[in-house]
Design a protein around this ligand. Structure first.
Ligand code: SAM
Ligand code: SF4
Length: 467
C-alpha cells in the first residue's frame, strides 16, 4: 500500500507512474457527503487523481467520471447517495449524453462493498477509505479499456490498512478559511450506536513529523489557520511521550501559523493537563466541540460513552477556568433505545447548564451490525421528532439569552470571505468560533479586525467595524 507520509509534494505533481500525461486524462467530478474528514479525503483523492493526469471538473454533466465520497453515520445519509446515483444516471439520459463512470468512495463503500455493484442503482466501482491510492489505475482501466472486461476484484477495493495515511495537497479555498489537517484515522472507541469503527477501522496515527511538514506546506502556501481533524483528536498518541497536548505544543511552534482549531474531541480524553495546555497556548482557539450525546447516565452507559453527565459538567467547569473565553458545541442523539422522558429531560438539563454556542442534534438511527442494533429501536419516529424539536427549542432559548448578553462587546475577528447577502457584507469568525457579519465592509480574506457587537440572528452576530 502506497503511503504519502513524506509525500506532500508527491501529491501535488505528476509522478512518472501517472496513467495519463499531466492534464490529459478524463474529467472527474467529486461530490462530498458527511463530515470534515470526508472533505479532507476528497482533497486527497483530488491530489492523487491530478497527479495521475486526470482533470478535475466542477459539474456532473461535463464529467467522464463521478465519485461520491460518502457517509454511513445515519440511514438517511446513505439513502441520499443511492438516490443521487439514480438522479445522475437520469440526468445523462435526459441530456442524451453518454453515461459516466460512477464510483462510491468512503464509508458506504467500506460498509456495503460489493452490494453497491448490484441492482438498478449499481455503480461502476467501490473504493473504501484506505484504498484511494488504487483510484488512478482503476479509473484508467475503466475509461480507456472500452470493451475490455474489468475484473470484479478491481472494481471493489475495501479493507483497512494501518499505513494508509494520506497527505492532501492544501486546499485552494479552504472551508471557513481554515485548512484541514487529518492527524489520524479510524476510531478505537466503540460507542454502541456508531458505525465509524466499522467503516474507518482502528485508530492509526499520522506521524508528528508528517503533520508538521504538512502544516509548514500550508503556511508556505499562504495559509494562516488550520483545523486538526480526527474522529477523536484528543485520543492522539504517537508515543507514551507524545499525546495530543504534546502534538499541540509542537504545532504552535510552526512559524507563520496564527490559529489552530481541532475537531472532534472526546469528553473522556479532556484531561486537566490538555485543558491547561489549550488555555496556555495562545495560537490554540478556545473552542471545544465535545459531543455529550445524552445527559442521562443510564443512556450514556448504554451508549458506552465512558463518562457520566456529572463528569462532563465538571470538565466543562474546569475548561471555563483553564481556557479564557472558551465556548462549547456538541452533538446529541435523541431517541436512543430505551430513552425515557426522564432521560430526555436530563439531556435538556445539561444543555441549559452548559449553554452551548451550537448544537448538532440527531434522531437515533439504527445502524446494522453495531452493538446497539441488538436493542429494540423502541422510540417511535414521531416521538423522536418531538424530542428533537423540544431540544432545539431549549437550545434556541438558552442561546438567545447568551447572545443578547454579548451586545456591546468588542471582539477581535478574522475575515473569512464575502457573505452571500446582503450585498457588500462580510463573514468573520472569532477565535472561539463565533460567526460575525459586517455590513458594508471592505476587507481582505484573513484580515484581522476589531468589531463591536450590535445584535444577532440565530448563531450569527452582527457587528460594526471599529476604526
Ligand atoms: N467522533 C465523534 C464523537 O465521538 O462524538 C463524532 C463522530 S460521528 C461521525 C458524528 C455524530 O453523529 C456523533 O457525535 C453522533 O451524535 C452522531 N451519530 C453517530 N451515530 C449515530 C446514529 N446511529 N444515530 C444518530 N446519530 C448518530
Ligand atoms: Fe463513533 Fe464513538 Fe468513535 Fe465518535 S468516539 S467515532 S461516536 S465510536
Amino acid at each position: 500500500m502506497a503511503t504519502f507520509r513524506d509525500g506532500l509534494s508527491d501529491l501535488t505533481r505528476t509522478g512518472s507512474e501517472a496513467p495519463f500525461a499531466p492534464g490529459s486524462g478524463p474529467e472527474v467530478y467529486i461530490e462530498t457527503y458527511g463530515c470534515q474528514m470526508n472533505v479532507y479525503d476528497s482533497q486527497v483523492i483530488e491530489g492523487l487523481l491530478k497527479r495521475g493526469g486526470f482533470r478535475l471538473g466542477d459539474n456532473d454533466l461535463g464529467a467522464d467520471i463521478i465519485l461520491l465520497n460518502t457517509c454511513s453515520v445515519r440511514d438517511l445519509a446513505e439513502h441520499k447517495v443511492i438516490s443521487r446515483v439514480g438522479d445522475l444516471r437520469h440526468r445523462r439520459l435526459k441530456a442524451d449524453l453518454p453515461q459516466p463512470v460512477i464510483g462510491i468512495c468512503g464509508c458506504m463503500a467500506e460498509r456495503l462493498g460489493k452490494k453497491l455493484r448490484k441492482g438498478p442503482r449499481r455503480v461502476d466501482l467501490v473504493v473504501g477509505v484506505d484504498s484511494y491510492d488504487t483510484l488512478p489505475d482503476i479509473l484508467h482501466e475503466l475509461t480507456s479499456a472500452r470493451g475490455v472486461v474489468v475484473p470484479e476484484t478491481l472494481r471493489t477495493r475495501t479493507g483497512f490498512s494501518n499505513d494508509a495515511l494520506y497527505v492532501a495537497p492544501p486546499a485552494l479555498y479552504p472551508t471557513n478559511n481554515s485548512h484541514l489537517v487529518t492527524i489520524h484515522k479510524g476510531c478505537d472507541y466503540k460507542c454502541t450506536y456508531c458505525i465509524v469503527p466499522y467503516t474507518r477501522g482502528p485508530q492509526s496515527e499520522k506521524d508528528p513529523d508528517s503533520i508538521l511538514a504538512e502544516i509548514r506546506g500550508i503556511v508556505a502556501g499562504g495559509g494562516r489557520e488550520i483545523t486538526l481533524l480526527g474522529q477523536n483528536v484528543t485520543a492522539y498518541r504517537w508515543t507514551d511521550d507524545l499525546d495530543f497536548a504534546g502534538l499541540l505544543e509542537r504545532v504552535v511552534e510552526v512559524e507563520g501559523l496564527e490559529r489552530i482549531r481541532f475537531l472532534t474531541g472526546h469528553p473522556r480524553d479532556m484531561h486537566p493537563h490538555l485543558m491547561d495546555t489549550i488555555g496556555r497556548l495562545e495560537k490554540i482557539c478556545p473552542w471545544l466541540h465535545l459531543p455529550v450525546q445524552s445527559g442521562s447516565d443510564r443512556i450514556l452507559r448504554r451508549m458506552k460513552r465512558l463518562y457520566t453527565s456529572g463528569e462532563y459538567l465538571d470538565m466543562v467547569e474546569y475548561a471555563r477556568r483553564a481556557i479564557p473565553d472558551v465556548t462549547f458545541s456538541a452533538d446529541i442523539i435523541v431517541g436512543f433505545p430505551g430513552e425515557t422522558e426522564s432521560d430526555f429531560q436530563d439531556t435538556l438539563e445539561v444543555v441549559r447548564r452548559v449553554k452551548y454556542d451550537q448544537l448538532f442534534s440527531f434522531k437515533y438511527s439504527e445502524r446494522p451490525g453495531v452493538p446497539a442494533a441488538r436493542l429494540a429501536d423502541d422510540i417511535p419516529v414521531e416521538e423522536k421528532k418531538r424530542r428533537l424539536a423540544e431540544l432545539m427549542k431549549v437550545q434556541e432559548d438558552t442561546w438567545a439569552g447568551e447572545a443578547a448578553g454579548q451586545v456591546g462587546e468588542i471582539w477581535t475577528v478574522v475575515a473569512e470571505g464575502k457573505a452571500r447577502r446582503p450585498a457588500g457584507s462580510w463573514r468573520l469568525r472569532t477565535p472561539n468560533n463565533r460567526k460575525v457579519v459586517l455590513h458594508d465592509a471592505s476587507l481582505e480574506i484573513g484580515q484581522q479586525v476589531k468589531v463591536r457587537i450590535t445584535g444577532s440572528t440565530n448563531t450569527t452576530f452582527v457587528g460594526e467595524l471599529l476604526a
